[in-house]
Ligand binder design. Structure first.
Ligand code: ATP
Ligand code: MG
Length: 244
């Protein structure tokens, strides 16, 4: 459902941020994407989402090639960027309507979605406030709501839990579980290994732009006996360069 095919990205400055990254997330799966700062997670996610054009390789979402069939592909997934500070001059409601317009969500459907999602994330009272007045977590919650407004089968989320309070994080995790259970696919990047441990069917770990491990938690633990996920992560990805 979410397929990376040999995604390689060389930025304009010559930096090879990702090198031949491939994976396939199937219907019903929640997959965690982990790796140190600068490993290439956001770069991969932006290529999957069609925001960055890969130097080589492609992504296929729900059978649609993101580079050949971008509109159909984009209609079929939800995307949360790593930065929620966009269009902050709009009110929350204006932003949600703008996104709903882009995804052609019908009036009655969007009303219901905005109502239930805002209630779930405790945002109903601030929808008429400009987002510039929101806290970081409130902006993040709004990004979550906006991503889910068109109810797509695949979710591609870049550090979606960052800045969320425990109740909102709980809601989102719950929603990710429900979504996967209904036969959909979720890919999310995270630095919080406990979250990956709680939620994921599989974990993909990348380092220096390459996949260094991929498998279920059981597989990772079986191949690294007696180690916690944190210890496995440190073993596979090494210490940060400035501490090495
Ligand atoms: N626009 C850009 N131009 C040049 N290099 C970039 C650009 N964006 C990212 N990079 C480089 O690509 C590499 C991967 O960055 P990326 O943002 O994908 O990492 P990440 O795994 O998401 O990190 P983090 O955990 O900090 O979010 C880094 O070395 C980064 O410096
Ligand atoms: Mg990132």
């Amino acid at each position: 459902m979410i397929e990376a095919r040999s995604l390689t990205m060389i930025y304009g400055n010559g930096k090879k941020a990702t090198d031949d990254i491939s994976f396939n997330i199937k219907a019903g799966e929640i997959v965690g994407f982990a790796g140190p700062n600068g490993a290439g997670k956001t770069t991969v996610i932006k290529m999957l989402a069609g925001i960055l054009k890969p130097t080589s390789g492609t992504a296929v979402i729900n059978g649609f090639d993101i580079n050949k069939d971008p509109v159909k592909a984009k209609m079929s997934f939800a995307y949360i960027a790593d930065n929620p500070d966009i269009l902050i001059q709009l009110t929350g409601l204006e932003y949600l309507n703008f996104i709903a317009d882009m995804y052609e969500v019908k009036e009655e459907v969007r009303k219901e979605k905005i109502k239930t999602l805002s209630e779930r994330f405790g945002m109903s009272d601030v929808l008429n406030t400009q987002m510039r007045e929101y806290s970081h977590g409130m902006r993040q919650k709004l990004m979550v709501i906006s991503a889910l407004i068109h109810d797509p089968p695949a979710w591609i989320l870049d550090e979606p839990m960052t800045g969320l309070d425990p109740s909102a994080a709980f809601e989102l995790k719950q929603m990710m579980r429900e979504h996967a259970k209904e036969g959909n696919a979720v890919l999310f990047s995270t630095h919080v290994l406990e979250v990956a441990e709680q939620l994921c069917d599989r974990i993909i770990i990348i380092n220096n732009g390459k996949v260094v491990s991929e498998g279920t938690l059981e597989y990772l633990k079986l191949t690294n006996p007696g180690m916690t996920l944190e210890e496995i992560f440190v073993k596979l990805t090494g210490k940060p360069e400035n501490e090495a």
